[in-house]
Design a protein around this ligand. Structure first.
Ligand code: IPE
Ligand code: IPE
Ligand code: MG
Length: 229
């Protein structure tokens, strides 16, 4: 079976997971952040090297102030422990997203995690945090114009090299938990050829079985494509 090199997770369903258990939504976010490590371990055991996780979108600021604060608080409390555990596993952490709007404390958690793990090897966790695909592309275009690149000299590589994910392979497989079938502005450029898989389980309950099913589906999709050509 072919194993994808880069899997992107749209970690949806934290709130519903908590509500279903009679807990406040903030508990769902806490469980969701902790679940990243479980998913990373599963992915690595299956041979996936690069994982992208969509933690917070540029649209998520529209949520209630209480929910935003609860999630940012959880990042501050759980982030450093998570970073250390990932470092123990020799995972390199990358941040995709804007720094704008994030508090100093949250930025410190991200910067420390990136700094701590910067010399680790080929296993990568790309955290899409305060991230939007359109905003990322807009920034890439602005950068190209600022460098006074003449229109004809702008290539796909110019754009790809201006993205947060510069140097990473394209996303092979996207797995969205929580049952909704939407991209929600996630890695739009990088996922141009990705296989999409939607799991019913909420993010904190996304299981090894779900991931195995997604990879099986990815593999079957690839076989079909090769037979077509
Ligand atoms: C996804 O879970 C995590 C974030 C967007 C922070 P949600 O918070 O969207 O949970 P649901 O989809 O409302 O259950
Ligand atoms: C997607 O979940 C974004 C993240 C997982 C960070 P949302 O719950 O925010 O997405 P929509 O509202 O369904 O697009
Ligand atoms: Mg949601």
């Amino acid at each position: 079976m072919l194993i994808p090199k880069h899997v992107g997770f749209i970690m949806d369903g934290n709130g519903r997971w908590a509500t279903q258990r009679g807990l406040p939504r903030s508990e769902g976010h806490r469980a969701g952040i902790q679940h990243i490590l479980t998913i990373i371990d599963i992915c690595h055991n299956l041979g996936v090297e690069v994982v992208s996780a969509y933690v917070w979108s540029t649209e998520n600021w529209e949520r209630s102030q209480a929910e935003v604060q609860a999630l940012m608080y959880s990042i501050q409390i759980l982030g450093p422990q998570l970073a250390q555990k990932l470092h123990d596993r020799q995972v390199r952490i990358i941040h995709s997203g804007s720094r704008q709007g994030l508090s100093k404390a949250v930025l410190k958690v991200i910067d420390d995690a990136v700094q701590l793990t910067k010399d680790n090897g080929s296993r990568i966790l790309n955290l899409a945090f305060n991230y939007g695909g359109r905003a990322e592309l807009l920034q890439a275009v602005r950068r190209a114009i600022a460098q006074q690149t003449s229109p004809e000299t702008i290539t796909e590589k110019t754009i790809a090299d201006s993205l947060y994910t510069v140097g990473l392979p394209d996303v092979d497989l996207i797995i969205r938990s929580g049952g909704d079938k939407r991209m929600s502005n996630f890695l739009l450029w990088q996922s141009a050829h990705a296989w999409l898989y939607f799991a019913e389980n909420y993010w904190p309950a996304l299981s090894q079985h779900d991931i195995e099913q997604a990879i099986k589906s990815f593999d079957q999709g690839l076989v079909r494509r090769q037979n077509d050509i």
